[in-house]
Design a protein around this ligand. Structure first.
Ligand code: PA5
Length: 447
């Protein structure tokens, strides 16, 4: 089970500053359990690990098995919460070089992502990549109207239909969207695509354990039953009301105490490159949930030790408004022993016989101590090993802590009103019908 320690924050906040928040944690806990806080229409994730549609889950596994058999490339089209969870899980649990492997070696289709930006070069090169390969597509959008995935899907749909014909395209296109509403739902009903549901009460960034994340994750060959079991165990552990028994609540309380003391940026730190997108998923979860009403901790991330040679300088020595949360996996997925060299010209024989995980561990410990000396409070999240099970645990741990932190900061952690501002301007500038007035106003500002 996930362990949390705030021992290395003690030079910066005292115990009382955290324990005094127990009442607020309790209040947030009650709002989640009684479902009477802001955004309570979006609390489906709270019980998702035990209350999910079992027949849909079976359908996801069946579709994934079929796709794994027939496809070389599985293109997932989505953005934000409709993309990051799957990307995080697949990267965390796959070989670093799986993209360069054959399907047989990888034992799964290559899972690639589209529609998470508007880069023409990306889409053109993706189309080149899939040419001549056996392709399936999963378009994922809760609203069914998001522009970025809609553009990519328009192109991919036309490609699949052109290449395989309309009838065969129906077997190769999978849609994950709202059960009743939206352009994508209408389209898939009309075309007869197999559809999976994003539950009404689960928001995008809390949806990795629904079909949104589970279908691509299962296609990549990751055991989604294990992932749900991990999330289920975490639900048990992290719904305990008392902060003393609940690591997620302690994490929420400590980061809130630090925020109130002026530490307004949290840097999530990992020591495995495969954790990069777990950090991206976490950034979305916390950024979109907490950053509102001119408040909120700014979530940032670094991949160490790589970033110690870039951002490390700032963290050690820059403006002192940062705290770090280090995720450490006790067991490395693979290990490597550093060889001895008779000539020792590089002077590295002091490391000979040590395994790289141990060296990585010492780098982590040394960095934490250096950063504390530099004025950076450090929080620690320790996990046995990155597996499908612990990935499920981490998802639930972070979701629960995020909701509690948001309530403690008196915001609605489940909406994202700020995301609309850019969309309105983009539509106006592109001449979408209905945005004529805004277009004129924006163009005069740009001229
Ligand atoms: O968390 C959220 O709600 C957002 O990040 C959405 O996931 C993102 O905007 C994509 O939305 P949709 O799934 O409706 O296309």
């Amino acid at each position: 089970m996930i362990q949390f320690s705030c021992q290395n924050a003690s030079p910066f906040i005292n115990e009382a500053e955290v324990t005094m928040l127990a009442e607020q944690v309790q209040l947030a806990h009650t709002m989640l359990e009684k479902r009477n806080g802001p955004g309570n229409d979006y609390l489906g994730w709270v019980d998702l690990p035990v209350k999910y549609d079992k027949s849909e889950f079976a359908r996801i596994r069946k579709a994934a098995a079929q796709i794994r058999k027939t496809c070389d490339v599985f293109v997932c089209v989505g953005i934000g919460g409709s993309y990051l969870g799957a990307k995080a899980a697949i990267d965390a649990l796959s070989n670093h070089f799986s993209a360069a492997m054959t399907k047989t070696k990888r034992n799964a289709p290559l899972v690639v992502f589209a529609g998470h930006q508007i880069s023409p070069a990306y889409l053109a090169e993706l189309m080149e990549l899939i040419e001549g390969k056996n392709v399936c597509v999963n378009v994922i959008s809760k609203s069914g109207t998001t522009t970025e995935p809609a553009i990519a899907f328009r192109v991919l749909k036309a490609y699949v239909e052109d290449r395989y014909g309309k009838e065969e395209a129906k077997k190769r296109i999978f849609v994950t969207t709202d059960k009743a509403r939206g352009a994508l739902k209408t389209l898939s009903d009309q075309e007869g695509y197999e559809t999976f549901v994003v539950p009404d009460d689960v928001g995008g960034r809390y949806s990795v354990l629904t079909a949104v994340g589970l279908l691509p994750i299962a296609v990549a060959g990751i055991d989604i039953r294990e992932m749900m079991s991990g999330a289920k165990a975490a639900r048990e552990a992290f719904r305990k009301p008392s902060m003393a028994d609940n690591a997620a609540y302690r994490y929420a309380a400590v980061r809130t105490a630090l925020y109130r003391k002026g530490y307004s940026t949290e840097v999530l730190v990992n020591y495995e490159p495969s954790g990069h997108y777990l950090t991206e998923w976490w950034k979305q979860l916390y950024g979109e949930s907490e950053g509102k009403d001119q408040k909120g901790i700014f979530p940032a991330g670094v991949d160490n030790t790589t970033d110690l040679h870039s951002m490390g300088q700032y963290i050690q020595d820059g403006r002192r408004n940062l705290f770090e949360t280090v995720i450490w996996f006790e067991k490395a997925r693979r290990n490597f022993v550093i060889p001895s060299d008779e000539a020792n010209l590089d002077g590295l024989n002091f490391l000979a016989g040590k395994d790289m995980h141990e060296v990585n561990y010492k780098a982590m410990q040394g960095t934490v101590l250096a950063h504390i000396d530099g004025g950076v409070p450090n929080l620690a999240i320790t996990v046995d090993e990155m597996t499908a099970y612990t990935f499920g645990e981490l998802v639930y741990f972070f979701e629960r802590a995020c909701a509690v932190s948001g309530y403690m900061n008196a915001i609605n952690p489940f909406d994202q009103p700020g995301v609309e501002a850019y969309k309105k301007n983009m539509f106006a500038l592109l001449g979408k019908p209905g945005y004529e007035k805004e277009k004129e106003a924006l163009e005069s500002r740009l001229s």
